[in-house]
Design a protein around this ligand. Sequence first.
Ligand code: CTP
Length: 400
Amino acid sequence: MINKNIVLGVSGGIAAYKACALTSKLTQQGANVKVIMTNSATKFVSPLTFQALSRNPVFTDIFDEKDPEKIAHIELADWADVFILAPATANIIGKIANGIADDMLSTTILATKADVYVAPAMNVNMYGHPQVMKNMQTLTDIGYHFIEPGAGYLACGWIGKGRLEEPDTIIEVINSHQQDRGLLSGKKVLISAGPTREKVDPVRFFSNRSTGKMGYKLAEAAYEMGAEVTLVSGPVNETITSAINVINVTTAEEMYQAMVDNFSKQNIVIKAAAVADYRPKVTHEEKLKKQDGNLHIELERTKDILKALGERKTEQFLVGFAAETKDHKQYGMDKLKRKNLDAIVINNVAQEGAGFGSETNIVTYLNKNFEETEIPKAPKKEVARKILKLILQDMKDEEA
Ligand code: CTP
């Protein structure tokens, strides 16, 4: 926690008093803490308490702009390394899940790119309400980390799940998550993502349903774990931090060139892209006009990039992806052997919550000793982190 910039958002529940202990413990551990309170939170605890504990001014009003040079909520959002929402009421969770920004806390949280940890606290029945569950799922899917409430006596008289997790546990969870950040430092990671497009004529192409999400999350997670990341991306709608070197390509041939050109200097190479296996043999410079009868387009094979990398491999740890709809493990294993991989991530795209376009994924990680690890349904960023940790573990085992 030393020198970490932490914004602590306190919303209006009785557990707001526990946020005081959290502020105090974070500050004692060397973190810089700035607190934002909702209007309701100020009914439970005075802002002065948080000001004294954090030794920083407390933010409560979006329109209370003290410095004309800055916009407070953007300044705070950018300043944060970590954003903690504790206690998080059903109301603030619902607002954020639906993109509502109507006060200092909700506005700042929507503007931040920091890791967000949410520690809910509410009545047990509210916590179990389908709409609250749905809102928490929405936030989980976009990468927020939930620190589940404990079970016990609740201030409302009920016994059950809804009690804000203890400040020490909240700090422990965040610490262990943040420690992952140095795991890949000094490592170079090359990732390919998205589909390729194979041109038919100036207005038409063959492609596939890949959105590039899994590859982008892998790149983001590798970067956050300290790696120097190069991302070779097919045409997608994803965005990523400018700290990652992105090489945009369109066709399988362009992706082949970019991957081969950058391969030799890497430690880890992950091919998450959905490369077209075929392309039109002839591409037309003018738009094809329709005619009576059927149209036949002859397709020819593209280069198998992963196989080419497998043949060139020296020290690199090479990982492929397999999108399968049946017999996924068998097909995955075949690909691992055929392409000389160190591991393969097998995606059963027929499962709900897995594969193309989904915010979540469910995969099996299989290494070259055919040891399998199931990664259950989780947001793609979380799955990405787990894949990277498994790769690191395998690399360590190989070195040993
Ligand atoms: N891949 C590649 N170059 C290609 C095709 C695929 O590098 N021309 C890579 C993908 O990025 C992915 C893996 O190979 O990492 C997928 O393996 P592949 O056998 O090509 O998958 P499918 O195309 O799904 O194969 P099949 O049609 O045999 O199921």
